[in-house]
Write a protein that binds this ligand. Structure first.
Ligand SMILES: C[S@@+](CC[C@H](N)C(=O)[O-])C[C@H]1O[C@@H](n2cnc3c(N)ncnc32)[C@H](O)[C@@H]1O
Length: 214
């Protein structure tokens, strides 16, 4: 409940980047981690973008093992504090603390040296300018290893409805975002989950950067 209140406060203060009134449900978080849950025995590199108060992180940490690497990129300093606290104090998170790092910056500025097996993103792309969506969504694929999986969610029917009811610049923005994200899904989608028990209900999209074979 404490995290719900903190999230709601950020929603009111920073609507555009927070993008939701409540943290994701456990059902949504489980879907976001379904490919990580099916990992093999080798060490993996995992990136979570926009963890917020950590409902998806909570499902990620028990799936990690010594030898893995877990990076979290979150621009909101209030959420960074909450996440840091969780790694320090929560017995379920503590085992992952030594190989996890929270990066307090926008994903656009994050430049890691190595790519990831799993990129799990909670960014509210539908709230962003279309150019930003294009550069962030392209960077998802630059951050993925060949064969790696990107999982992200979007609230159901928000874009299809806004595409019809909005006017002027807003209509242009939403239509461009739709084209950009539909293009990625057409090329790379391996699965879409419908999550009804979430506020609001959401689709979880899973995309895979196909292995390049010579
Ligand atoms: C819709 S909330 C999702 C939070 C959490 N993953 C969940 O499922 O409840 C979006 C999160 O993305 C963060 N965020 C927004 N824009 C970002 C950016 N450019 N880089 C990193 N984090 C960002 C926000 O601060 C917020 O924590």
């Amino acid at each position: 409940m404490r995290h719900h209140l903190a999230f709601f406060r950020q929603f009111r203060q920073r609507f555009e980047t927070t993008g939701a009134i409540a943290p994701s449900s456990g059902f949504l978080a489980r879907s976001m981690t379904r490919y990580l849950a099916g990992r093999k025995d080798e060490p993996v590199r995992v990136l979570e973008i926009g963890p917020g108060t950590g409902p998806v992180t909570k499902k990620i940490v028990p799936l990690l093992r010594e030898g893995d690497r877990f990076d979290l990129v979150e621009l909101n300093e209030s959420f960074v504090q909450i996440l840091q606290n969780q790694f320090e104090r929560d017995p379920a998170w503590q085992p992952a603390a030594s190989f996890s790092e929270i990066h307090s910056l926008p994903i656009q500025e994050y430049a890691p040296e190595e790519k990831y097996d799993f990129v799990i993103s909670g960014l509210p792309l539908n709230n962003f300018p279309a150019d930003l969506v294009e550069s962030i969504s392209d960077s998802y694929f630059k951050l993925l290893k060949s064969g790696g999986v990107l999982s992200y969610f979007e609230y159901m029917y928000v874009r299809p409805i806004r595409k019809v009811v909005s006017r002027g610049d807003e209509r242009v923005r939403v239509r461009r975002i739709d084209e950009i994200m539909q293009g990625h899904c057409d090329r790379h989608r391996i699965r879409r989950d419908r999550i009804w028990i979430n506020v609001p209900p959401a689709w979880v999209q899973h995309l895979q950067l196909r292995e390049v074979t010579d």
